[in-house]
Write a new protein. Structure first.
Length: 197
């Protein structure tokens, strides 16, 4: 979706918000688009260190700037061509925190630049069939009943997803991110692209 928006083979500077952990976004996209560079932001030093080591192992250090902190710490006078926020929004507690990060990202995007957003978007307890499907997916991948109970408990205590896709769209609109389009969905997970007004 980013390549379709920015143009394959283009040069682009991408903000990766909440980049700590696997570095999957940077590594996957960098292999496909050799002219793109990345600013990888995360507030957790251990998570950012893990990302930095994986980026180094992939030979992408020269194309990636790691930043320990939050998006609001970045200057607004160096706008990005695009941004990603993947697997982060549903971990932020409350509406205000979600609105703040989307607003901070939008303020650092060029006009018409895309944000790729992905995460869970339903109140978990409101969707018992999807919760059961999650449990079955883990079972099919070898999890024991006890492990499944632990995983379900962790999910129910450790996340605060937007209550619906309409809630996601409202958050995006309030941040000045318009024309949202969902391009992927699986159980609770959704992925959208929206554009800086």
């Amino acid at each position: 979706m980013l390549a379709a928006t920015l143009g394959a083979g283009s040069s682009a500077r991408i903000l990766v918000a909440g980049a700590g952990g696997t570095a999957r976004e940077v590594i996957s996209v960098a292999r496909l688009e050799p002219s793109w560079s990345f600013v990888a932001v995360d507030p957790s030093k251990p998570m950012l260190d893990l990302t930095t080591s994986r980026i180094a192992a992939a030979g992408l250090t020269e194309r990636t700037e790691p930043v320990l902190g939050v998006v609001a710490d970045l200057p607004e006078d160096q706008p990005f061509d695009a941004a990603t926020l993947i697997g982060v929004l549903h971990h932020l507690p409350g509406h205000e925190a979600k609105q703040a990060i989307l607003g901070d990202i939008a303020a650092r995007l060029k006009t018409d630049a895309p944000l790729m957003l992905a995460g869970n978007h339903h109140a978990y307890a409101s969707q018992p069939l999807m919760m059961a499907a999650w449990a079955q997916r883990w079972r099919m991948h070898g999890a024991t009943p006890a492990e499944i109970e632990i995983k379900l408990g962790k999910i129910l205590q450790g996340a605060d997803p937007p209550q619906s896709e309409a809630a996601v769209f409202a958050l995006l609109a309030a941040a000045g991110l318009m024309k949202p389009l969902r391009f992927f969905s699986s159980l609770f997970w959704g992925a959208w692209i929206a554009f800086r007004e």
